[in-house]
Structures are given as C-alpha cells and as structure tokens.
Write a protein that binds this ligand. Structure first.
Ligand SMILES: [Ca+2]
Ligand SMILES: [Ca+2]
Length: 264
C-alpha cells in the first residue's frame, strides 16, 4: 500500500522540464512588422524600421512578441543591420538591442534596465570609454565596451549577437568590433523576456534605422508540477485511508499478547 501511495505521488510530481522549443522572428520589413509592435516615434518606412527621425527629443522602439511563451530561452542567435546618419553630423543619442523585460512604452539607447543589452552609444553622457562606443550591459552593468565610429552615413551595417551558457558573442560590421564569450553570469533567463530595439534623440539628433532582423531561440519549458484533479485527490485520500486501516489491522494481528495479558 505504501508503495502504491508513493507511485501516485511520484506520478503527480512529474514535471514537464526538458522539452525543447525554438522561436523565430525574421523580417526584412518589406511587408509589415509581423509579430511585433512599433512604439513611440518608430515607423515602418521604405522597407526598414526608422526608430527615430533626425529630430530632437524622439524615442522609438520595435518590441518583438514573446517568441517562447511560458519557456525559458537557453540560447539565441540574432542578426540585424543598423543605419545611422546623416553623414558628417555629430549624432545623438543611439540605439539599443535588448533581451529583457518588455518596456512599458519605449526604450532608448540604454535599453532594458535588466537582462542583456547591446547599446550603440553615439553621445557622450559621461560613459567610459567615451562614445561613440558599443557597450554590452548585463542587468545595467557594463561588461564589455569598445569605441568605434558609429555614423554609418545612412548605410546599413551588419550586427550579430549570439547568447548561450558560455556568454555572449557579438560582431559589428564584420569585425570592426567583436566580443567573444562575454561573461553574462549576472543574467538568469526567465520566462516572458522580449527582444526589443530602442533608439532616442535628445538635444542632438540622428536618424536611426534597423533592417533585416533575424532571431532564432532555443528554449526549454518551465518546470511545472501539475495540480491533482479531483479524481486524483480522491485516489490519494482513499489510498491513505486504506493504508492506515491496513497498518492498524496488521498491528492488531501481530500483538495478541496485549489483550491476553490483561485477561490473564
Ligand atoms: Ca528591408
Ligand atoms: Ca550616451
């Protein structure tokens, strides 16, 4: 009887972890934004996403829907192209690529406050090294950074980002800036995180665009413990009662001497 109870409990405690899922978002923006939303000043324009026009005090985002609802992303490969301009101008403020909580509205160049962020920082707000700089942030803490010219003159330059348990790999403009296995130890992926692009202008301006976004994830389901159904609860209660009765009867059969000694 005890064995049967354990078997029922074990069956109920079986989780659903280990199953693998793959999410994907691919868009050349020739026909809409797909499973994503444009926010703030971001618009679909001429086959790409213009996050900000070359105007002061703008902020726009492309927020991609949850690619793996209820699952935890273990690794991802992302690529996109980035264009800033106009050529010859001092630009502000920059563009971010985040994997973190979705913004309530929009993100600027600093990206999500937690999670993984790559920021293309155009303007010196006291950052180190001094912008223009590409910075990698983990939960808001800079873990890698390299200065680089970031005015592309309106040309779209390629960016790749790979994340897995070994860290983050990054490349901008085919080797102009590369990071390998950046330590992301402070980042613990959770369910519901989103891929988001953001950009901002302030007193200074820049037209900031992205195009050809491709993201592929590998995710595992959250470990869940199913709640017993009413029938299963009935079986548990009945099994427990029967086990108790059985144990009681067994004790009575093995201990006849108690009653006998009283009679004697
Ligand atoms: Ca395009
Ligand atoms: Ca800055």
């Amino acid at each position: 009887m005890q064995t049967r109870i354990l078997a029922i409990a074990a069956a109920l405690a079986v989780g659903t972890s280990g199953a693998c899922y793959a999410g994907a978002y691919n868009n050349d923006f020739s026909a809409g934004v797909g499973a994503a939303s444009l926010r703030g000043t971001a618009v679909l324009d001429s086959g790409s996403i213009r996050l900000t026009p070359n105007v002061t005090s703008q902020q726009g985002s492309l927020v991609i829907n949850d690619l793996d609802p209820g699952s935890i992303v273990q690794s991802f490969d992302a690529s996109f192209t980035l264009a800033t301009g106009p050529a010859g101008s001092t630009l502000a403020d920059g563009v971010s690529f985040s994997f973190g909580p979705a913004p309530a509205d929009t993100y600027g160049e600093s990206g999500a406050s937690s999670g993984l962020v790559v920021t293309f920082d155009l303007w010196d707000n006291g950052e180190s090294p001094t912008p223009p700089v590409i910075r990698v942030l983990v939960n808001g803490v800079q873990v890698a950074a390299t200065q680089v010219a970031l005015n592309t003159g309106g040309s779209f330059l390629p960016v790749t980002v790979h994340y897995d348990a070994a860290g983050l790999d990054f490349d901008f403009n085919s080797g102009a800036v590369s990071f390998s296995n950046v330590n992301t130890a402070g980042f613990a992926p959770g369910a519901g995180l989103r891929f988001t692009f953001g950009a901002r202008t302030g007193d200074g301006t820049a037209e900031q665009r992205i195009d050809d976004v491709s993201i592929v994830t590998s995710a595992t389901a959250l470990k869940t413990t199913p709640v017993p159904t009413l029938t299963q609860w009935g079986m548990i209660v009945a099994a427990t009662l029967l086990a108790g009765l059985g144990a009681h009867a067994l004790r009575r059969r093995r201990s006849p001497g108690i009653g006998a000694s009283r009679l004697g």
